[in-house]
Design a protein around this ligand. Structure first.
Ligand code: TYM
Length: 329
């Protein structure tokens, strides 16, 4: 059975992009794969944070993942499993500065103020490679924005194997959904939907109420043209394309089918149908997440048990990696 690994930063409530790009696929994959899903709290220190918010958001994200249908036995938080940090350090010494300099996500996040960002933000992709390879996972379900990081992970694995003269780390393959791999902001169709966008109107989050969802979709930016009947008509209309993409992904229909249903209509009735569709799937998730958050001790227990299982898989792999690089025990 293929081993699957994926992670999410507990830096805020997961949004519709996280859901369609990752979480929903995790729920499907866990049925017939050996899966591990990780709240990557160590990655969350790469941007400014407060301890209290990190604790709260780790539990909040845990509740959303469980409410979305993630199997509790597969879930844990990264910092509780030392294999990540141990292999992360080795990979810091395998990865090349030239490779890291090409990472577009670092450039986006650091912006113009590069010198003032943490070293952690720069070496983040090395830790991400360690997250996956500490489990010898070969399948990684992610959104489109993680593609470059997965390529780097393969370069690191290959260089480690080459330098140590072994075939120890496997090559990994990203599982990127054909639809909605990059959900865009509801306020600006040229920007990715993101937890860090200052506007809460730009994203639907997994604890929004039915009213919140309906309002955000009603206010979502559009243009003044009616919807086209064919995909070619979405050219140069990023906001319309985004809403159609979301509808198609949520209803498991093709873009062509959605456009043939709504083509020629204005946005009003389409937005109403889209809001209904989102509410139908997401409102029960939000309710269940709120319910789960009433028992924080239970959520902690879930993470502790998950970490135990993750240690049992990753410790022997990282022990062997350490032996291969020459560490004595
Ligand atoms: P993060 O926390 O930013 O996002 C979690 C997952 O959601 C996907 N995603 C999106 N998909 C579609 N549209 C969007 N607007 C959107 N925004 C986010 C992401 O692609 C991701 O799959 N570096 C990772 C976390 C990580 C990881 C790993 C993932 C750390 N180690 C190992 C896989 C394997 C991140 O910051 O994801």
């Amino acid at each position: 059975m293929q081993r699957v690994f994926s992670g999410i930063q507990p830096t805020g409530i997961p949004h519709l992009g996280n859901y369609l790009g990752a979480i929903r696929n995790w729920v499907t994959l866990q049925k017939d794969h050996d899966c591990l899903f990780c709240l990557v709290d160590m990655h969350s220190l790469t941007m400014p944070w407060t301890p209290e918010a990190l604790r709260e958001q780790t539990l909040g994200t845990t509740a959303c993942l469980l409410a979305s249908g993630i199997d509790p036995t597969r879930l844990y938080n990264q910092s509780a499993v030392s294999a990540h940090a141990r292999l992360g350090w080795i990979f810091n010494c395998v990865s090349r500065l030239g490779w890291l300099n090409r990472m577009t996500q670092f450039k986006d996040k650091a912006g113009k103020n590069r010198e003032n960002h943490s070293a952690g933000l720069y070496v983040y992709p090395n830790l991400m490679a360690a997250d996956i390879l500490a489990f010898h996972a070969t399948r990684v379900p992610v959104g489109d924005d993680q593609r470059q990081h997965l390529e780097l992970a393969n370069d690191i694995a290959q260089k480690f194997n080459h330098d140590m003269g072994v075939e120890f780390f496997p090559q990994i393959e990203g599982l990127i959904p054909p639809n909605a791999a990059r959900v865009m902001s509801l306020r600006d169709g040229s920007k990715k939907m993101s937890k860090s966008d200052p506007s809460a109107q730009s994203r639907i989050v997994l604890n929004d109420t039915a009213d919140d969802i309906a309002l955000k979709i009603r206010r979502a930016r559009t243009d003044s043209e009616p919807l086209p009947s064919e995909e070619a008509g979405l050219e140069g209309r990023p906001e319309a394309r985004n809403l159609i993409t979301i509808y198609a992904a949520m209803s498991d229909k093709s873009m062509a089918d959605v456009l043939s249903e709504f083509g020629g209509q204005g946005f009003g009735s389409f937005k109403q149908s889209l809001a209904d569709l989102l509410v139908e799937t997401l409102a029960p998730v939000a309710n269940e997440a709120r319910h789960l958050l009433d028992d924080k001790e239970h959520l902690l227990q879930v993470l502790r048990k998950g970490a135990e299982r993750a240690r049992a898989v990753s410790d022997p792999i990282v022990d062997e990696a350490e032996r291969l690089v020459g560490f004595l025990r």
